[in-house]
Ligand binder design. Sequence first.
Ligand SMILES: Nc1ncnc2c1ncn2[C@@H]1O[C@H](COP(=O)(O)OP(=O)(O)OP(=O)(O)O)[C@@H](O)[C@H]1O
Ligand SMILES: [Mg+2]
Length: 604
Amino acid sequence: MKLKDTQALTSFKYGWLLKRIFPYIKPVMGRVILGFFIAIPVGLLDGVVSFALKPYMDYVVGQQNLIICGFEIPYSILAIAMPFAIIGFALFQGVLRYLNSYFTDWTSLKITNAVKIDLFSRLIYMDTSFFDENSSGIIINRYLTDPDFASKGIVEQIKTLIISIFGAASLIVVMLYSSWKLAVVGVLVLTIAFMPVLLIRKKIKSVSNKNTVITGDITTTINETYSGNKVVTAYNLQDRQMKNFIDDINKSFNVSISLTKRVGWMSPLMYLIASFGIAFVLYYGTKLIYTGQMTAGSFASFVTSLLLLYKPVKTLGNTLTSIQTIFVAMGRVFELFDYVPLIKNKQNTVNVPVLTKNISFENVTFSYNDNYTVLSNINLTVKIGETIAIVGNSGGGKSTLVNLIPRFYDVKDGAIKFDGIDIRDFNLSDLRDSISIVFQDNFLFTGTIKENIMLAKPQATEEELQIALETSHLTEVIESLPDGINTFLGERGLTLSGGQRQRVAIARAMIRNTPIIILDEATSALDNESEAVVQKALDNLMKNKTVFVIAHRLSTIKNADRIAVINDGKLVELGTHAELMSINNGQYKHLYEMQFSKEGTKVL
Ligand SMILES: Nc1ncnc2c1ncn2[C@@H]1O[C@H](COP(=O)(O)OP(=O)(O)OP(=O)(O)O)[C@@H](O)[C@H]1O
Ligand SMILES: [Mg+2]
Protein backbone atom coordinates (compact mmCIF):
# COMPACT_ATOMS: atom_id res chain seq x y z
CA MET A 1 0.00 0.00 0.00
CA LYS A 2 2.41 2.65 -1.16
CA LEU A 3 0.61 5.98 -1.25
CA LYS A 4 3.15 7.21 -3.77
CA ASP A 5 1.92 4.72 -6.34
CA THR A 6 -1.45 6.41 -6.53
CA GLN A 7 -3.30 5.88 -9.76
CA ALA A 8 -6.56 7.60 -8.88
CA LEU A 9 -8.10 5.26 -11.41
CA THR A 10 -11.58 6.46 -10.63
CA SER A 11 -10.87 10.09 -11.56
CA PHE A 12 -13.04 10.01 -14.66
CA LYS A 13 -15.85 7.97 -13.16
CA TYR A 14 -17.78 11.07 -12.22
CA GLY A 15 -21.00 9.28 -11.31
CA TRP A 16 -19.18 6.83 -9.07
CA LEU A 17 -17.26 9.62 -7.34
CA LEU A 18 -20.39 11.64 -6.73
CA LYS A 19 -22.05 8.55 -5.32
CA ARG A 20 -19.11 8.12 -2.94
CA ILE A 21 -19.16 11.74 -1.78
CA PHE A 22 -22.93 11.83 -1.49
CA PRO A 23 -23.13 10.33 2.04
CA TYR A 24 -21.02 13.27 3.24
CA ILE A 25 -23.20 15.80 1.44
CA LYS A 26 -26.44 14.23 2.60
CA PRO A 27 -26.47 15.58 6.19
CA VAL A 28 -26.11 19.15 4.90
CA MET A 29 -28.16 18.57 1.78
CA GLY A 30 -30.81 21.16 2.72
CA ARG A 31 -28.30 23.96 2.84
CA VAL A 32 -26.44 22.73 -0.23
CA ILE A 33 -29.64 22.85 -2.25
CA LEU A 34 -30.54 26.23 -0.78
CA GLY A 35 -27.11 27.53 -1.77
CA PHE A 36 -27.51 26.15 -5.27
CA PHE A 37 -30.99 27.61 -5.58
CA ILE A 38 -29.66 30.99 -4.62
CA ALA A 39 -26.95 30.53 -7.24
CA ILE A 40 -29.58 30.29 -9.98
CA PRO A 41 -30.96 33.86 -9.69
CA VAL A 42 -27.41 35.14 -9.10
CA GLY A 43 -26.60 33.75 -12.52
CA LEU A 44 -29.87 34.72 -14.15
CA LEU A 45 -29.58 38.33 -13.02
CA ASP A 46 -26.53 38.65 -15.27
CA GLY A 47 -28.91 38.81 -18.21
CA VAL A 48 -31.04 41.58 -16.72
CA VAL A 49 -28.69 44.46 -17.52
CA SER A 50 -28.23 43.47 -21.13
CA PHE A 51 -31.92 42.73 -21.40
CA ALA A 52 -32.70 46.22 -20.13
CA LEU A 53 -30.60 47.70 -22.89
CA LYS A 54 -33.16 46.85 -25.55
CA PRO A 55 -36.07 48.91 -24.11
CA TYR A 56 -33.56 51.55 -23.07
CA MET A 57 -32.24 51.93 -26.60
CA ASP A 58 -35.54 51.45 -28.37
CA TYR A 59 -37.74 53.55 -26.07
CA VAL A 60 -35.60 55.92 -24.02
CA VAL A 61 -32.96 56.67 -26.64
CA GLY A 62 -35.54 56.36 -29.44
CA GLN A 63 -37.92 58.64 -27.40
CA GLN A 64 -40.94 56.41 -27.67
CA ASN A 65 -43.46 55.54 -24.97
CA LEU A 66 -43.62 51.92 -23.88
CA ILE A 67 -46.99 50.20 -23.92
CA ILE A 68 -47.40 47.18 -21.66
CA CYS A 69 -50.83 45.51 -21.47
CA GLY A 70 -52.55 48.67 -22.54
CA PHE A 71 -50.67 50.88 -20.08
CA GLU A 72 -48.60 53.58 -21.59
CA ILE A 73 -45.36 54.40 -19.78
CA PRO A 74 -43.78 57.66 -20.90
CA TYR A 75 -40.14 57.29 -21.98
CA SER A 76 -39.12 60.16 -19.66
CA ILE A 77 -40.16 58.07 -16.64
CA LEU A 78 -38.38 55.05 -18.07
CA ALA A 79 -35.25 57.15 -18.43
CA ILE A 80 -35.24 57.81 -14.67
CA ALA A 81 -36.60 54.48 -13.51
CA MET A 82 -34.31 52.20 -15.43
CA PRO A 83 -30.96 53.33 -13.95
CA PHE A 84 -32.48 52.98 -10.48
CA ALA A 85 -33.84 49.58 -11.37
CA ILE A 86 -30.37 48.50 -12.40
CA ILE A 87 -28.92 49.61 -9.06
CA GLY A 88 -31.76 47.81 -7.31
CA PHE A 89 -30.98 44.66 -9.20
CA ALA A 90 -27.30 44.92 -8.39
CA LEU A 91 -28.19 45.30 -4.71
CA PHE A 92 -30.49 42.32 -4.85
CA GLN A 93 -27.84 40.28 -6.64
CA GLY A 94 -25.28 41.34 -4.03
CA VAL A 95 -27.42 40.08 -1.16
CA LEU A 96 -27.99 36.81 -2.98
CA ARG A 97 -24.27 36.48 -3.66
CA TYR A 98 -23.52 36.94 0.01
CA LEU A 99 -26.07 34.33 1.07
CA ASN A 100 -24.76 32.02 -1.59
CA SER A 101 -21.17 32.37 -0.38
CA TYR A 102 -22.25 31.77 3.18
CA PHE A 103 -24.16 28.60 2.39
CA THR A 104 -21.47 27.17 0.13
CA ASP A 105 -18.68 27.87 2.61
CA TRP A 106 -20.68 26.48 5.49
CA THR A 107 -21.64 23.31 3.67
CA SER A 108 -18.27 22.73 2.03
CA LEU A 109 -16.47 23.08 5.37
CA LYS A 110 -18.89 20.65 6.99
CA ILE A 111 -18.45 18.15 4.17
CA THR A 112 -14.67 18.47 4.24
CA ASN A 113 -14.58 17.95 7.99
CA ALA A 114 -16.74 14.86 7.74
CA VAL A 115 -14.47 13.40 5.05
CA LYS A 116 -11.34 14.26 7.05
CA ILE A 117 -12.73 12.75 10.23
CA ASP A 118 -13.66 9.58 8.40
CA LEU A 119 -10.24 9.35 6.78
CA PHE A 120 -8.44 9.96 10.06
CA SER A 121 -10.56 7.30 11.75
CA ARG A 122 -9.11 4.88 9.21
CA LEU A 123 -5.58 6.21 9.42
CA ILE A 124 -5.35 5.51 13.16
CA TYR A 125 -6.18 1.86 12.53
CA MET A 126 -3.69 1.40 9.73
CA ASP A 127 -1.18 -1.37 10.33
CA THR A 128 2.47 -0.92 11.18
CA SER A 129 3.72 -1.82 7.70
CA PHE A 130 1.60 0.98 6.24
CA PHE A 131 3.52 3.46 8.39
CA ASP A 132 6.82 1.73 7.58
CA GLU A 133 6.15 2.20 3.91
CA ASN A 134 4.79 5.72 3.70
CA SER A 135 6.54 8.93 4.62
CA SER A 136 4.98 11.48 6.94
CA GLY A 137 4.77 14.00 4.11
CA ILE A 138 2.70 11.87 1.78
CA ILE A 139 0.41 10.91 4.65
CA ILE A 140 -0.21 14.54 5.57
CA ASN A 141 -0.82 15.34 1.95
CA ARG A 142 -3.15 12.48 1.23
CA TYR A 143 -5.07 12.58 4.52
CA LEU A 144 -5.31 16.33 5.01
CA THR A 145 -4.59 18.39 1.91
CA ASP A 146 -6.38 16.18 -0.62
CA PRO A 147 -9.69 15.92 1.22
CA ASP A 148 -9.54 19.65 1.86
CA PHE A 149 -9.07 20.32 -1.79
CA ALA A 150 -11.48 17.67 -3.01
CA SER A 151 -14.53 18.18 -0.88
CA LYS A 152 -14.26 21.91 -0.33
CA GLY A 153 -13.65 22.39 -4.01
CA ILE A 154 -16.52 20.31 -5.24
CA VAL A 155 -19.25 22.41 -3.61
CA GLU A 156 -17.56 25.67 -4.57
CA GLN A 157 -17.05 24.60 -8.15
CA ILE A 158 -20.58 23.29 -8.51
CA LYS A 159 -21.80 26.64 -7.19
CA THR A 160 -19.63 28.48 -9.74
CA LEU A 161 -20.80 26.07 -12.39
CA ILE A 162 -24.45 26.77 -11.61
CA ILE A 163 -23.92 30.53 -11.54
CA SER A 164 -22.04 30.38 -14.83
CA ILE A 165 -24.50 28.05 -16.53
CA PHE A 166 -27.50 30.12 -15.51
CA GLY A 167 -25.64 33.34 -16.23
CA ALA A 168 -24.81 32.04 -19.69
CA ALA A 169 -28.32 30.67 -20.14
CA SER A 170 -29.97 33.98 -19.26
CA LEU A 171 -27.70 35.84 -21.63
CA ILE A 172 -28.40 33.30 -24.36
CA VAL A 173 -32.14 33.78 -23.78
CA VAL A 174 -31.69 37.54 -24.19
CA MET A 175 -29.73 36.85 -27.37
CA LEU A 176 -32.45 34.52 -28.68
CA TYR A 177 -35.02 37.13 -27.83
CA SER A 178 -33.02 39.78 -29.70
CA SER A 179 -32.31 37.65 -32.74
CA TRP A 180 -32.48 33.89 -32.84
CA LYS A 181 -30.38 33.72 -35.98
CA LEU A 182 -27.49 35.56 -34.40
CA ALA A 183 -27.95 33.57 -31.19
CA VAL A 184 -27.56 30.26 -33.00
CA VAL A 185 -24.28 31.49 -34.45
CA GLY A 186 -23.10 32.69 -31.04
CA VAL A 187 -23.93 29.42 -29.24
CA LEU A 188 -22.36 27.36 -32.01
CA VAL A 189 -19.12 29.30 -31.79
CA LEU A 190 -19.03 28.96 -28.01
CA THR A 191 -19.55 25.21 -28.19
CA ILE A 192 -16.61 24.90 -30.53
CA ALA A 193 -14.54 27.12 -28.27
CA PHE A 194 -15.11 24.61 -25.46
CA MET A 195 -13.92 21.48 -27.15
CA PRO A 196 -10.25 21.73 -26.09
CA VAL A 197 -11.19 21.46 -22.40
CA LEU A 198 -12.13 17.83 -22.89
CA LEU A 199 -8.82 17.00 -24.49
CA ILE A 200 -6.63 17.75 -21.49
CA ARG A 201 -8.31 15.59 -18.84
CA LYS A 202 -5.63 12.93 -18.82
CA LYS A 203 -2.83 15.44 -18.57
CA ILE A 204 -4.55 17.12 -15.62
CA LYS A 205 -4.82 13.75 -13.87
CA SER A 206 -1.21 12.78 -14.31
CA VAL A 207 0.04 16.23 -13.27
CA SER A 208 -2.19 16.26 -10.21
CA ASN A 209 -1.05 12.79 -9.12
CA LYS A 210 2.60 13.67 -9.63
CA ASN A 211 2.19 16.90 -7.71
CA THR A 212 0.69 15.07 -4.75
CA VAL A 213 3.77 12.88 -4.48
CA ILE A 214 6.16 15.82 -4.84
CA THR A 215 4.29 17.92 -2.29
CA GLY A 216 4.47 14.91 0.02
CA ASP A 217 8.23 14.76 -0.46
CA ILE A 218 8.54 18.45 0.31
CA THR A 219 6.57 18.00 3.53
CA THR A 220 8.76 15.02 4.44
CA THR A 221 11.89 17.13 3.97
CA ILE A 222 10.44 19.74 6.30
CA ASN A 223 9.47 17.06 8.84
CA GLU A 224 12.91 15.51 8.69
CA THR A 225 14.54 18.89 9.12
CA TYR A 226 12.44 19.20 12.25
CA SER A 227 12.88 15.71 13.68
CA GLY A 228 16.48 15.35 12.60
CA ASN A 229 17.55 18.89 13.43
CA LYS A 230 20.37 17.75 15.69
CA VAL A 231 21.82 15.44 13.05
CA VAL A 232 21.41 18.18 10.46
CA THR A 233 23.32 20.59 12.67
CA ALA A 234 25.95 18.11 13.83
CA TYR A 235 26.79 16.87 10.36
CA ASN A 236 26.32 20.24 8.64
CA LEU A 237 23.59 18.80 6.48
CA GLN A 238 21.95 22.15 5.78
CA ASP A 239 23.14 22.07 2.17
CA ARG A 240 21.80 18.54 1.73
CA GLN A 241 18.40 19.50 3.10
CA MET A 242 18.42 22.63 0.98
CA LYS A 243 19.26 20.61 -2.10
CA ASN A 244 16.46 18.10 -1.42
CA PHE A 245 14.05 20.95 -0.94
CA ILE A 246 15.09 22.86 -4.05
CA ASP A 247 15.08 19.66 -6.14
CA ASP A 248 11.51 18.94 -5.14
CA ILE A 249 10.40 22.52 -5.62
CA ASN A 250 11.92 22.45 -9.10
CA LYS A 251 10.26 19.13 -9.86
CA SER A 252 6.95 20.59 -8.78
CA PHE A 253 7.61 23.63 -10.96
CA ASN A 254 8.35 21.48 -14.01
CA VAL A 255 5.28 19.34 -13.52
CA SER A 256 3.02 22.35 -13.07
CA ILE A 257 4.50 24.28 -15.95
CA SER A 258 4.08 21.26 -18.22
CA LEU A 259 0.36 21.53 -17.52
CA THR A 260 0.39 25.26 -18.17
CA LYS A 261 2.09 24.57 -21.50
CA ARG A 262 -0.74 22.24 -22.39
CA VAL A 263 -3.55 24.29 -20.92
CA GLY A 264 -2.21 27.81 -21.47
CA TRP A 265 -3.06 27.92 -25.16
CA MET A 266 -6.67 27.02 -24.48
CA SER A 267 -7.79 30.38 -23.27
CA PRO A 268 -6.25 32.37 -26.18
CA LEU A 269 -7.66 29.82 -28.58
CA MET A 270 -11.09 30.24 -27.06
CA TYR A 271 -10.68 34.00 -27.43
CA LEU A 272 -9.73 33.59 -31.06
CA ILE A 273 -12.68 31.33 -31.86
CA ALA A 274 -14.95 33.74 -30.00
CA SER A 275 -13.58 36.68 -31.96
CA PHE A 276 -14.59 34.93 -35.18
CA GLY A 277 -18.07 34.68 -33.73
CA ILE A 278 -18.17 38.35 -32.73
CA ALA A 279 -16.81 39.45 -36.11
CA PHE A 280 -19.45 37.43 -37.87
CA VAL A 281 -22.20 38.69 -35.58
CA LEU A 282 -21.20 42.32 -36.22
CA TYR A 283 -21.17 41.76 -39.94
CA TYR A 284 -24.41 39.81 -40.02
CA GLY A 285 -26.15 41.98 -37.41
CA THR A 286 -25.50 45.16 -39.38
CA LYS A 287 -27.01 43.45 -42.38
CA LEU A 288 -30.09 42.54 -40.35
CA ILE A 289 -30.49 46.13 -39.18
CA TYR A 290 -30.07 47.52 -42.68
CA THR A 291 -32.72 45.19 -44.01
CA GLY A 292 -35.04 46.18 -41.15
CA GLN A 293 -35.09 42.65 -39.62
CA MET A 294 -33.71 43.90 -36.31
CA THR A 295 -33.90 47.11 -34.28
CA ALA A 296 -30.77 48.91 -33.11
CA GLY A 297 -31.92 48.26 -29.54
CA SER A 298 -32.11 44.52 -30.12
CA PHE A 299 -28.69 44.63 -31.67
CA ALA A 300 -27.19 46.59 -28.76
CA SER A 301 -28.82 44.19 -26.36
CA PHE A 302 -27.52 41.24 -28.33
CA VAL A 303 -23.94 42.46 -28.57
CA THR A 304 -23.88 43.34 -24.87
CA SER A 305 -25.15 39.86 -24.04
CA LEU A 306 -22.55 38.34 -26.28
CA LEU A 307 -19.78 40.33 -24.65
CA LEU A 308 -21.13 39.66 -21.16
CA LEU A 309 -21.38 36.01 -22.06
CA TYR A 310 -17.64 35.80 -22.27
CA LYS A 311 -17.24 36.01 -18.50
CA PRO A 312 -19.47 33.09 -17.48
CA VAL A 313 -18.16 31.11 -20.40
CA LYS A 314 -14.57 31.72 -19.39
CA THR A 315 -15.45 30.86 -15.79
CA LEU A 316 -17.15 27.74 -17.09
CA GLY A 317 -13.95 26.78 -18.90
CA ASN A 318 -11.85 27.31 -15.78
CA THR A 319 -14.42 25.55 -13.64
CA LEU A 320 -14.40 22.49 -15.85
CA THR A 321 -10.61 22.34 -15.58
CA SER A 322 -10.78 22.82 -11.79
CA ILE A 323 -13.52 20.25 -11.45
CA GLN A 324 -11.32 17.79 -13.28
CA THR A 325 -8.50 18.43 -10.80
CA ILE A 326 -10.98 18.05 -7.98
CA PHE A 327 -12.26 14.76 -9.33
CA VAL A 328 -8.69 13.50 -9.49
CA ALA A 329 -8.21 14.50 -5.84
CA MET A 330 -11.51 12.83 -5.00
CA GLY A 331 -10.31 9.73 -6.84
CA ARG A 332 -7.26 9.74 -4.58
CA VAL A 333 -9.34 10.31 -1.45
CA PHE A 334 -11.71 7.44 -2.14
CA GLU A 335 -8.77 5.27 -3.08
CA LEU A 336 -7.68 5.77 0.55
CA PHE A 337 -11.08 4.73 1.83
CA ASP A 338 -10.69 1.47 -0.01
CA TYR A 339 -7.32 0.67 1.55
CA VAL A 340 -8.00 -2.02 4.07
CA PRO A 341 -5.40 -2.48 6.79
CA LEU A 342 -3.56 -5.77 6.43
CA ILE A 343 -4.07 -6.43 10.12
CA LYS A 344 -7.70 -6.36 11.05
CA ASN A 345 -10.29 -8.24 13.06
CA LYS A 346 -11.67 -11.27 11.36
CA GLN A 347 -15.34 -12.03 11.70
CA ASN A 348 -16.46 -13.56 14.98
CA THR A 349 -13.44 -12.75 17.08
CA VAL A 350 -13.20 -13.78 20.71
CA ASN A 351 -11.73 -11.99 23.70
CA VAL A 352 -8.47 -13.16 25.21
CA PRO A 353 -9.34 -15.58 28.03
CA VAL A 354 -7.44 -15.77 31.31
CA LEU A 355 -4.35 -17.65 30.15
CA THR A 356 -3.37 -20.75 32.06
CA LYS A 357 -1.12 -22.79 29.80
CA ASN A 358 1.25 -21.17 27.35
CA ILE A 359 2.06 -18.81 24.53
CA SER A 360 3.40 -20.76 21.61
CA PHE A 361 5.14 -19.92 18.37
CA GLU A 362 4.44 -22.74 15.95
CA ASN A 363 6.58 -22.91 12.80
CA VAL A 364 6.57 -19.13 12.65
CA THR A 365 8.04 -17.71 9.47
CA PHE A 366 8.05 -14.03 8.74
CA SER A 367 9.38 -11.58 6.19
CA TYR A 368 8.83 -7.84 5.78
CA ASN A 369 9.08 -8.21 2.04
CA ASP A 370 9.19 -11.13 -0.32
CA ASN A 371 12.90 -11.24 -1.01
CA TYR A 372 14.24 -11.63 2.52
CA THR A 373 13.07 -14.01 5.25
CA VAL A 374 13.59 -12.47 8.67
CA LEU A 375 12.32 -15.32 10.84
CA SER A 376 12.27 -18.89 9.70
CA ASN A 377 10.42 -21.74 11.28
CA ILE A 378 10.50 -20.63 14.90
CA ASN A 379 9.06 -23.08 17.40
CA LEU A 380 8.94 -21.79 20.94
CA THR A 381 6.54 -22.47 23.78
CA VAL A 382 6.57 -20.06 26.70
CA LYS A 383 4.73 -21.12 29.83
CA ILE A 384 2.32 -18.67 31.41
CA GLY A 385 4.17 -16.91 34.22
CA GLU A 386 7.54 -17.60 32.66
CA THR A 387 10.10 -14.95 31.87
CA ILE A 388 11.92 -15.65 28.68
CA ALA A 389 14.98 -13.72 27.63
CA ILE A 390 15.72 -13.35 23.97
CA VAL A 391 19.29 -12.80 22.89
CA GLY A 392 21.09 -12.98 19.58
CA ASN A 393 22.93 -11.06 16.94
CA SER A 394 21.92 -7.54 16.00
CA GLY A 395 19.42 -7.64 13.15
CA GLY A 396 18.78 -11.28 13.93
CA GLY A 397 15.04 -10.79 14.39
CA LYS A 398 14.48 -10.41 18.15
CA SER A 399 12.37 -7.27 17.92
CA THR A 400 10.54 -8.71 14.95
CA LEU A 401 9.66 -11.81 16.93
CA VAL A 402 8.10 -9.90 19.83
CA ASN A 403 6.36 -7.48 17.45
CA LEU A 404 4.38 -10.41 16.12
CA ILE A 405 2.72 -10.99 19.51
CA PRO A 406 0.58 -7.79 19.52
CA ARG A 407 0.15 -8.31 15.76
CA PHE A 408 2.05 -5.27 14.52
CA TYR A 409 2.66 -7.67 11.68
CA ASP A 410 1.14 -11.05 10.95
CA VAL A 411 3.14 -14.22 10.54
CA LYS A 412 3.70 -15.26 6.93
CA ASP A 413 3.49 -18.88 7.87
CA GLY A 414 2.78 -20.85 11.04
CA ALA A 415 0.91 -19.36 13.98
CA ILE A 416 1.23 -17.77 17.38
CA LYS A 417 -1.21 -19.20 19.90
CA PHE A 418 -2.38 -18.27 23.39
CA ASP A 419 -3.51 -21.43 25.21
CA GLY A 420 -3.86 -23.07 21.83
CA ILE A 421 -5.97 -20.28 20.27
CA ASP A 422 -4.49 -18.53 17.22
CA ILE A 423 -4.00 -14.86 18.12
CA ARG A 424 -5.65 -13.96 14.81
CA ASP A 425 -8.90 -15.25 16.34
CA PHE A 426 -8.77 -12.65 19.08
CA ASN A 427 -10.34 -9.26 18.98
CA LEU A 428 -7.42 -6.96 18.13
CA SER A 429 -7.96 -4.34 20.79
CA ASP A 430 -8.54 -7.01 23.42
CA LEU A 431 -5.31 -8.75 22.38
CA ARG A 432 -3.41 -5.49 22.71
CA ASP A 433 -5.10 -4.76 26.03
CA SER A 434 -3.49 -7.89 27.39
CA ILE A 435 0.04 -6.81 26.48
CA SER A 436 2.28 -4.02 27.77
CA ILE A 437 5.30 -3.07 25.72
CA VAL A 438 8.35 -1.00 26.45
CA PHE A 439 10.40 -0.26 23.36
CA GLN A 440 13.97 0.80 23.13
CA ASP A 441 12.97 4.08 21.59
CA ASN A 442 9.80 5.16 23.29
CA PHE A 443 7.47 7.74 21.92
CA LEU A 444 6.06 10.20 24.41
CA PHE A 445 3.23 12.54 23.53
CA THR A 446 3.11 16.30 23.92
CA GLY A 447 1.67 16.75 27.42
CA THR A 448 2.68 16.25 31.02
CA ILE A 449 4.54 13.26 32.46
CA LYS A 450 1.38 12.31 34.31
CA GLU A 451 -0.70 12.41 31.14
CA ASN A 452 1.84 10.25 29.39
CA ILE A 453 1.64 7.61 32.09
CA MET A 454 -2.10 7.79 32.68
CA LEU A 455 -3.00 7.42 29.01
CA ALA A 456 -2.19 3.74 29.37
CA LYS A 457 -4.96 3.45 31.96
CA PRO A 458 -7.02 6.63 32.37
CA GLN A 459 -9.07 5.17 35.21
CA ALA A 460 -5.98 4.27 37.31
CA THR A 461 -6.13 5.26 40.97
CA GLU A 462 -3.61 7.52 42.68
CA GLU A 463 -2.21 4.45 44.42
CA GLU A 464 -1.68 2.60 41.15
CA LEU A 465 0.06 5.68 39.78
CA GLN A 466 2.39 5.82 42.79
CA ILE A 467 3.26 2.14 42.41
CA ALA A 468 4.05 2.64 38.73
CA LEU A 469 6.23 5.64 39.55
CA GLU A 470 8.17 3.80 42.21
CA THR A 471 8.59 0.67 40.11
CA SER A 472 10.02 2.60 37.25
CA HIS A 473 12.35 4.48 39.57
CA LEU A 474 10.78 7.70 38.46
CA THR A 475 9.92 9.24 41.84
CA GLU A 476 13.24 10.98 42.34
CA VAL A 477 13.32 12.18 38.75
CA ILE A 478 9.95 13.80 39.28
CA GLU A 479 11.01 15.34 42.58
CA SER A 480 13.90 17.04 40.86
CA LEU A 481 11.65 18.71 38.30
CA PRO A 482 10.11 22.10 39.12
CA ASP A 483 6.61 21.06 38.06
CA GLY A 484 7.00 17.48 39.29
CA ILE A 485 4.73 14.97 37.64
CA ASN A 486 2.98 17.80 35.84
CA THR A 487 6.13 18.77 33.96
CA PHE A 488 5.22 19.46 30.39
CA LEU A 489 7.07 17.43 27.76
CA GLY A 490 7.62 18.92 24.33
CA GLU A 491 6.78 17.15 21.12
CA ARG A 492 8.11 13.55 21.28
CA GLY A 493 8.93 14.07 24.98
CA LEU A 494 12.22 15.66 24.10
CA THR A 495 12.74 17.57 27.30
CA LEU A 496 13.73 14.44 29.23
CA SER A 497 16.96 12.48 29.06
CA GLY A 498 16.99 9.12 27.28
CA GLY A 499 16.97 7.20 30.55
CA GLN A 500 14.22 9.38 32.02
CA ARG A 501 12.11 8.87 28.94
CA GLN A 502 12.61 5.15 29.24
CA ARG A 503 11.46 5.23 32.85
CA VAL A 504 8.29 7.13 31.90
CA ALA A 505 7.68 4.43 29.30
CA ILE A 506 8.20 1.70 31.90
CA ALA A 507 5.75 3.44 34.25
CA ARG A 508 3.29 3.69 31.37
CA ALA A 509 3.59 -0.05 30.75
CA MET A 510 3.46 -0.95 34.43
CA ILE A 511 0.29 0.95 35.23
CA ARG A 512 -1.56 -1.18 32.69
CA ASN A 513 -0.93 -4.29 34.76
CA THR A 514 -1.39 -6.71 31.89
CA PRO A 515 -0.73 -10.47 31.96
CA ILE A 516 1.86 -10.26 29.19
CA ILE A 517 4.84 -7.91 29.22
CA ILE A 518 7.29 -7.26 26.41
CA LEU A 519 10.50 -5.44 27.21
CA ASP A 520 12.58 -4.69 24.12
CA GLU A 521 15.84 -3.28 25.45
CA ALA A 522 13.64 -1.52 27.99
CA THR A 523 16.41 -0.64 30.38
CA SER A 524 19.18 -0.09 27.88
CA ALA A 525 19.37 3.66 28.46
CA LEU A 526 19.68 3.40 32.23
CA ASP A 527 22.94 3.50 34.12
CA ASN A 528 24.01 0.34 35.91
CA GLU A 529 22.72 1.51 39.27
CA SER A 530 19.28 2.62 38.10
CA GLU A 531 19.07 -0.43 35.91
CA ALA A 532 19.67 -2.71 38.90
CA VAL A 533 16.95 -0.92 40.91
CA VAL A 534 14.46 -0.82 38.05
CA GLN A 535 15.23 -4.42 37.29
CA LYS A 536 14.52 -5.45 40.86
CA ALA A 537 11.19 -3.62 40.78
CA LEU A 538 10.42 -5.13 37.43
CA ASP A 539 11.18 -8.56 38.84
CA ASN A 540 8.53 -7.97 41.46
CA LEU A 541 6.00 -6.90 38.92
CA MET A 542 6.92 -9.62 36.51
CA LYS A 543 5.83 -12.23 39.03
CA ASN A 544 2.86 -14.18 37.71
CA LYS A 545 3.22 -12.49 34.36
CA THR A 546 4.50 -13.83 31.11
CA VAL A 547 7.45 -11.74 30.10
CA PHE A 548 9.47 -11.50 26.91
CA VAL A 549 12.62 -9.59 27.59
CA ILE A 550 15.19 -8.63 25.02
CA ALA A 551 18.30 -7.42 26.73
CA HIS A 552 22.01 -7.19 26.45
CA ARG A 553 22.73 -7.13 30.15
CA LEU A 554 23.69 -10.30 31.81
CA SER A 555 21.86 -9.51 35.04
CA THR A 556 18.51 -9.31 33.22
CA ILE A 557 19.18 -12.38 31.21
CA LYS A 558 20.39 -14.52 34.07
CA ASN A 559 17.22 -13.76 36.03
CA ALA A 560 15.05 -15.10 33.26
CA ASP A 561 13.61 -18.60 33.54
CA ARG A 562 14.89 -19.54 30.12
CA ILE A 563 16.90 -17.97 27.35
CA ALA A 564 16.14 -18.19 23.64
CA VAL A 565 18.97 -17.48 21.23
CA ILE A 566 17.78 -16.08 17.89
CA ASN A 567 20.56 -15.79 15.37
CA ASP A 568 19.87 -14.74 11.81
CA GLY A 569 16.19 -15.46 12.14
CA LYS A 570 16.52 -18.93 13.58
CA LEU A 571 15.97 -20.21 17.09
CA VAL A 572 19.32 -21.84 17.66
CA GLU A 573 19.34 -22.54 21.38
CA LEU A 574 16.80 -22.63 24.19
CA GLY A 575 17.31 -23.36 27.86
CA THR A 576 18.41 -22.00 31.23
CA HIS A 577 21.64 -20.11 31.61
CA ALA A 578 23.31 -23.17 33.07
CA GLU A 579 21.99 -25.46 30.36
CA LEU A 580 23.14 -23.20 27.56
CA MET A 581 26.52 -22.64 29.17
CA SER A 582 27.05 -26.36 29.28
CA ILE A 583 26.81 -26.74 25.51
CA ASN A 584 30.28 -27.00 24.07
CA ASN A 585 30.84 -24.48 21.31
CA GLY A 586 27.29 -23.27 22.01
CA GLN A 587 26.19 -19.99 20.54
CA TYR A 588 25.00 -18.60 23.86
CA LYS A 589 28.25 -19.59 25.49
CA HIS A 590 30.10 -17.89 22.68
CA LEU A 591 27.93 -14.79 22.98
CA TYR A 592 28.35 -14.83 26.72
CA GLU A 593 32.09 -15.04 26.47
CA MET A 594 32.29 -12.35 23.81
CA GLN A 595 29.75 -9.94 25.16
CA PHE A 596 28.93 -10.56 28.76
CA SER A 597 32.01 -11.79 30.51
CA LYS A 598 33.52 -8.40 31.22
CA GLU A 599 30.22 -6.86 32.14
CA GLY A 600 29.37 -9.93 34.14
CA THR A 601 32.30 -9.54 36.49
CA LYS A 602 31.46 -5.88 36.89
CA VAL A 603 27.77 -6.16 37.64
CA LEU A 604 27.66 -9.37 39.60
N1 LIG B 1 9.98 -2.37 9.39
C1 LIG B 1 10.85 -3.10 8.73
N2 LIG B 1 10.77 -3.25 7.40
C2 LIG B 1 11.65 -4.02 6.73
N3 LIG B 1 12.66 -4.69 7.31
C3 LIG B 1 12.80 -4.58 8.64
C4 LIG B 1 11.92 -3.78 9.42
N4 LIG B 1 12.30 -3.86 10.71
C5 LIG B 1 13.39 -4.67 10.73
N5 LIG B 1 13.70 -5.11 9.50
C6 LIG B 1 14.76 -6.06 9.15
O1 LIG B 1 14.50 -7.28 9.80
C7 LIG B 1 15.67 -7.83 10.34
C8 LIG B 1 15.48 -8.12 11.82
O2 LIG B 1 15.33 -6.90 12.51
P1 LIG B 1 15.04 -6.81 14.06
O3 LIG B 1 14.76 -5.43 14.39
O4 LIG B 1 14.02 -7.81 14.41
O5 LIG B 1 16.43 -7.28 14.65
P2 LIG B 1 16.90 -7.36 16.19
O6 LIG B 1 17.30 -8.75 16.43
O7 LIG B 1 15.88 -6.77 17.06
O8 LIG B 1 18.20 -6.44 16.15
P3 LIG B 1 18.79 -5.45 17.30
O9 LIG B 1 19.43 -6.29 18.31
O10 LIG B 1 19.78 -4.65 16.55
O11 LIG B 1 17.65 -4.64 17.82
C9 LIG B 1 16.79 -6.85 10.03
O12 LIG B 1 17.49 -7.36 8.94
C10 LIG B 1 16.10 -5.59 9.66
O13 LIG B 1 16.80 -4.93 8.64
MG1 LIG C 1 15.74 -4.95 18.16
